[in-house]
Design a protein around this ligand. Structure first.
Ligand code: GRF
Length: 207
């Protein structure tokens, strides 16, 4: 009998409702899932995502970015300290609305993933559903990628597609994509936590 490897301790960074975090917490309850959601940190106090995390019995913390003013790295050092104290192995960004400095990205290189609501490399940045509608694409979707210093430019681990339907507006399209996000993120985290997907030489290597 081979020993079961220890589950990776995952920290999730949020800024709001945390629906992706909930999908990860639910997935992590399954026996054999290779990660546990050990900590949820919000940069905004009292967001509903923190309550939802506590509902799963997950430890939470708030590191408010505002007292740090423009010193983004000082804010990140405070976040990093909380992650260190909680012995976090992998970091998941789930609706975390802060741009990260090269210092923080380098520190978590290969151990930090993000979900973006578009089929990267299409539609980086914000308002991705509006961008997709304006571009007139027939398919839209979401991507989970390793985080690199350039925004939304990291190598993609998994993607999911949805059709763009006649009469779609930003809201209907966002809703259809979010359903896929909630399946895609747990699948991608499992790939990374189990070591089946790794960042090597700027690309995703599958083992
Ligand atoms: C999601 O659409 C995600 O792709 C984007 O921000 C949104 C966060 O939603 N990065 P939630 O907080 O997980 O509900």
């Amino acid at each position: 009998m081979s020993a079961i490897p220890p589950r990776k301790r995952v920290g999730v960074l949020i800024s709001g409702r945390g629906s992706n975090m909930v999908s990860l917490a639910e997935a992590a309850q399954a026996p054999g899932y290779p990660a546990q959601i050990a900590l949820v940190i919000s940069n905004i106090p009292d967001v509903v995502g923190l309550d939802r995390a506590r509902g799963f019995g997950i430890a939470t913390a708030t590191v408010d970015h505002r007292p740090f003013g423009r010193d983004r790295e000082a804010f990140e050092r405070a976040v990093d300290e909380v992650l260190r104290v909680n012995q976090i192995d992998l970091l998941v960004l789930a609706g975390f609305m802060r741009i990260l400095t090269p210092w923080f990205v380098a520190r978590w290189e290969g151990r930090m993933i993000n979900i973006h609501p578009s089929l990267l490399p299409l539609f980086k940045g914000t308002h991705t559903h509006r961008q997709a509608l304006e571009a007139g694409v027939a398919e839209h979707g979401c991507s989970v990628h390793f985080v690199v210093p350039e925004l939304d430019a990291g190598p993609v681990i998994l993607q999911a597609k949805v059709p763009v339907l006649p009469g779609d507006d930003e809201e209907t399209l966002a809703k259809r994509v979010l359903v896929e996000e909630h399946k895609l993120y747990p699948a991608a985290l499992a790939e990374v936590a189990s070591g089946r997907a790794k960042l090597e030489g700027g690309a995703v290597i599958r083992g």
